[in-house]
Design a protein. Structure first.
Length: 113
């Protein structure tokens, strides 16, 4: 079972809901650590835009950042992604389980007859 509650899942899903942030995650997955400038060099986005997206991913707990001099280096929080995967799997298992919603559907079917 996952430690992710619905609020945490929603924050992570929202953070993952932008193509630029997915591209940033792919860039971080290719490297152990990246500074913002490295990511900017791989994407057709301004530095300020990349910084905003990095902040959203960081606030969601999906990446970590560390100041190194005048630069900040970022990396994936792989433990957070494992927990997100477990939380997502638990949610999807509930949704696709054909028995999970049977009681409410039967009640609705009887009421409509």
């Amino acid at each position: 079972m996952s430690d992710f509650d619905d609020d945490k899942l929603a924050v992570c899903f929202k953070a993952l809901g932008h193509p630029a942030r997915l591209a940033i995650l792919r860039a971080l997955a290719d490297e152990e650590r990246c500074c913002c400038g490295d990511i900017v060099g791989r994407l057709p986005l301004a530095q300020s835009t990349v910084s905003q997206h990095l902040q959203i991913l960081r606030e969601a707990g999906l990446i970590r950042g560390k100041a190194e001099g005048r630069k900040s280096r970022y990396c994936l929080d792989r433990a957070a992604f494992l927990a997100l995967g477990e939380g997502t799997t638990a949610l999807l298992d509930m949704i696709v389980d054909p028995m999970a919603g049977m009681a409410c559907c039967k009640t609705e079917e009887k009421a409509s007859l």
